[in-house]
Design a protein around this ligand. Sequence first.
Ligand SMILES: [Zn+2]
Length: 256
Amino acid sequence: MKQKLLGMMLLSVFSLFPIQKAQATGPSDLEPRGIFTVVIDPGHGGIDSGAVNEWLGIFEKDLNLEVARAAHARLLELGVHAVMTREGDDYMEIVERTDLAKSIHADLLVSIHHDTDQDWGDGAHLIHSIHEGPSLNLAEEIGAAIVSQTGQELRSFSPYWFQSGMFEGEKDDYYGILRRSTMPAVIVEAAYLNAHNIQAVDTPEKRALMGRAIADGIYAAIRRDFTGIVTYKGIETHYDPKTNTRLVEVEAVMGN
Ligand SMILES: [Zn+2]
């Protein structure tokens, strides 16, 4: 019964998935290991409001959730299996978010945030793992989609923030969600909450557009990067667009 159900799930996902990309390039004798899965993580929640625009009474946690819901819906529309870390206004520790992603063997994780209401903030920026590779490419594709599909620009200084540069000589990521993730992961700071930059997300329509752009960027990154074998933090993934499955999943011994 379980096998039948899984077969039906694979079939339905396959029929929704419109990628026409050339054949996967990896070894052909590998068995599928499950559906390629994206985790969308709306940052903060519950007692943790994140950044606040007190003048407008806007909390970052609410913006994050609304944009994340739009991104999630768009991924499903594109035929990509996507899971949210929180569906409501719930508090979650960072480790709970990354544990969830690991437990479902997620292939990508995108954490959605908005930044401070300080005046100097002037655009979206994306923070990727110091491990780069698929993580950097994911950041680039999401950034490009935000610029092309919304009125939002990338921040005028260092739009892609290399975490290794934060503390000279550090061998691991500064941000917990990137450090604790075992799959390529990116933090999206979609807008600053100051009076000027909040205009990128100050209506439900603009928030829907932002979420859609983030999802389209994720989709572009999947097509760009995961049709061959990708190694990230010692874990290999190989995506087969024909069946929407990952073919290789090698667990590696990770540090903390
Ligand atoms: Zn945040």
